[in-house]
Design a protein around this ligand. Sequence first.
Ligand code: ZN
Length: 442
Amino acid sequence: MKRLLIITLCLFAAFGARADRVRVRLYSPNTISTLNVSFDLGNYNLYADDNLLLEDMVGEGRSVLVRAEDKMLHVSVNDDDYGRFSSIRLEAVDSACILCINPEGCKQRTYEGNLEVRMQPSGNLLLVADVDFETYIAGVVQSEIYGQQSDIFRIQAIISRTWALRNLGKHAADGYNFCDHVHCQAYLNRCIRPDIMMGVVQSSGETIVDAEGNLIETPFHSNSGGQTANSEDVWRSALPYLRSVEDTFSLHMRQSDWVKTISIDRWLAYFSKTHKLNIKDTAVRDSLLHFAQPTRRVRIMGVPLTRVRVDLKLKSTFFSVEVDSTTQSVILRGHGYGHGVGLSQEGAIRMVGLGIAYDSVIRHYYTGAVLHHDPSANGAYVENYTQHLARIIEEDKNRQTQTHSKKDDWLGRLFRLRDREEREEVYIENQQDIEQDWEYEW
Ligand SMILES: [Zn+2]
């Protein structure tokens, strides 16, 4: 997975690392000047510049329109003009409220919790959700992984929770905890899948720590291609729990292998122009044209493979080079998808499918990691879970317009096909569309 994860040095002690609520910037990559908010469930109080404007009124059947105008928010409710403000806040009256957020030019999404809208210095709107921590984790799990078994959701929940608790201050200077993009963790909708919620509840209070009890960094990627990478081979820090391990579980999966063909001239010109290699030297040419990686390497002729991957838009750094003299091209035969550090999601899916316990999966990818369990953490979410879930299922049954993303549609289509080969066929046939729809997540 193409996650630009910066290894930070700040360490949070695992014991006592807790969060009840988090603030998450929504639609963070988008420029938003007009926003419509409607209400799928429950009632909200509307505050403008910290003063209560409408109490317990802005419920179903109403909508709030916010327009950025002359560096102020122009607010109307059901076409009634309420004036201009610097910020507004929609505060849920109880825990089961659901907002339907529809910025102009973007896809509609639904979220639980409160919503704050502020003016940015650029004159555009800043949207920040204030949401229960575990509800946020469930939304992240739904956005970050596919699968069918509850243990895979449990594993992703533990990884995402550990990352979130360790990185609570990531956007402190911006006034929120996380963005909703891959820079932090994807949070593209509220969780609507009961099996994912179940995985989150089962993992409640579980985090991953090192031998000293500190929360660890938990990077993950789509597929390791058969061997994961050391953290220092991709980023700067060598972390003892992010070691390269053999990973046969990632073989023969959807993202296990890739091929890319480039003309010999372009391949050599890239190293000559960008990295000043003397391609007229036969030894240099030979090394570039016959590069092989039976196991992962870090450089090709002194050039970091991570750089080559970014410049040439390759799925991974784990590739070998073959020459096709008939077409005067080089064929890059690659393995895996993503940076290769930490957990391979498809490898984990395979391990869970083989019946391997979720904690063993975690230990396979995070060397020497310890699973820490705090039974008292997030009790409120577990407590509310049954009631919450029943209500959500009922609401979803009655809802006329479901808010599925294109990714949900693809996953649904692919996973309805029981036969793996048939699934592969449909995937390959529609690869371009699928990857376009998923692009920003990988
Ligand atoms: Zn971020």
